[in-house]
Design a protein around this ligand. Sequence first.
Ligand code: PEP
Length: 253
Amino acid sequence: MANRKPFIAGNWKMHKTCTESVETAKRLKEIGAGLTDIDIMIAPAFTSLYAVFDVLKGSNILLGAQNVFWKNEGAYTGEVSPVMLTSVGCIYAIIGHSERRSYFQESDELINQKIAAAARNGLIPVFCIGETEQERDADKTKNVLDKQLTKGLQDIALDDLKTLVVAYEPVWAIGTGKSATTEQAQDAHAFIRGKLNSILGSSMAEQIRILYGGSVKPGNIGELMKTPDIDGALVGGASLEADTFGEILKYRG
Ligand code: PEP
C-alpha cells in the first residue's frame, strides 16, 4: 500500500477577524512545532490570509484558501484568482465545499473549472465531494460521488492533478455533530479510491490523499485514522480553537 502522509486541514469558514486569525495562528504554530509526521493546513478567510501567512513563516503549517476563481485576472468584481492566492502564500485551495455548492449554486462544471485553474497555477486543490442525507437515504451515495468525481476532474491534465487532495464530506455530517461511522466513511473512501483509479490510473489513485470531513473532533479522529483509505481530515468547527485543533493534530497521542 502507498505510504500516504496524513494530512489534517482546518477550514475556518466565515469566522475570525484578522486579529483573531493571527492570534489563533500564533498558538497553532506553537502547538504544531515538531509535528513533522503530518501535513497541516489552515484556511482562514481571504481577509486574513496574508497576515496569517506572515505568522506561519518558518512553521510546518501551510496556508489554504476556502475558495478560488477560475481565471487569473479580469473584470470579475469580488472574485480572487489562483495567482492572487499564491501571491499571499497559499499552497492549497478548498474547492467545491458543500456550502459553496448549496448557497452559491456551484455546479460540478464550475468546480471543474476551478480545479483546473488552481492546479494549472500551482495551487493544490482540496476537492470536496459528498452526498446529502436525502441522497444517502435513497441509496444514491455512490452515484453522487461517481458523478462529482467524474465531472469535477474532467479534461484536466494528469500532470496537473499529481498533488490533488480529495475530501469526502457527507453533507449531513457537516456542522451537525453527527459524524459518519468509521465503516460508512471507509466504505465511501474505498469507493472514491476505486473511482480515482479508473479516472487517473492506479499509481495516482494510490498516492492521492482522501480526507474525511464532517464533525471530526478529538474524540473520533483516532478511530477514523485507523482505516486503510482515510488519510486525514478536513475539520470545520473543531479547527477554530487552537488547542482543540491541536488535540486532533496529535491524534496519535
Ligand atoms: C467542513 O466545513 O468542511 C466541516 C467538515 O465542518 P465540521 O467539522 O464543523 O463538520
